[in-house]
Design a binder for this molecule. Sequence first.
Ligand SMILES: [Ca+2]
Length: 351
Amino acid sequence: MLTPFVTAQRILTSFASILISTALCTQAVHAQDAPKVNFAEHKNAAALAERLQTKEGIPAAMTLELLKQAELLPQVVKAVKPPKNKSVRNWDTYRSRFVEPYRIRKGVEFWDANLDTLKEAEAKYGIPQEVIVAIIGVETIYGQHIGNYRVLDSLATLAFAYPEGQRDRSEFFLSELEAFIALCNRTHLDALEVKGSYAGAIGLGQFMPSSWTAYAVDGDADGIVDLFHSRRDAIFSVANFLKVHGWETGKATRVLVDIEHTDNLQELLAPDIVPTFTPAVMQQKGVKLNSETLPDEKLALIELVRGEAEPAFVAGGQNFYAVTRYNRSSFYANAVLELSEALKLRRDMLN
Ligand SMILES: [Ca+2]
């Protein structure tokens, strides 16, 4: 996951920047040409160090020393700035990055290579195997791109130097920085070495540090939760996250729709991603559900903006909503679910 509350728009630009950064260099992202700052001197640094001392028993001097070594990353500041061109939001562009032949092929390979683990995770948590595979596929191409930013730098940058001129999310990142330092202190992770996304998401499933703390599980029971090297830990942790966040086994993910008339469109779109309308009500209001068997549950009408073109629509059920808990974007959830469907289709064809 990148972060909760990240808009689809920002996801678009952030994924673009991640893809560009991973394509252009395999080395860590460094603070080239960055102004030298000492984050230990920031007005919120001492309170952070005190909290970690009280709650985690980490000497305040140790936290301040870490913050002193953290670097301001201009690329990270740039990544969280809203795009200049608002019309850039385009589902087709977003989709083409994630629901594409390479990610489908590699996904089937990942699925086959981890079949027993995925079966066990499905049996334990009730999450379909293809959905777990698709999340890891969208997040990191099955572990290929886990991020080149030093997490200490990216989280310190966003906690202490969040760019102005937009909603200030520095408090969220400050709490993630706190969770990260605590996590490193409790585990084998070296706070000066751990790499992740520009927003501080880490491991195969790109968990934020607070999510690692709350939802990661030791799938291989070796006594260590390792979301970098243990596929079993990563797979079980993704499944556990979705289960805790309301995935209901057997409920609908998404249903393809046609809009027959737009008279009630605004009313149908008002609840956003929250499942609100029964299939019958949705059909009465002009939405044709393209499914042989209609789900016996409430649905949300999801609008997928396509730049200047006409938007696309899909109906999302409880489990579409559950995927948005991983990343609060309907683009994200629809990409994960469409990829999961493509993976299942492809694997069924091959077997
Ligand atoms: Ca483990």
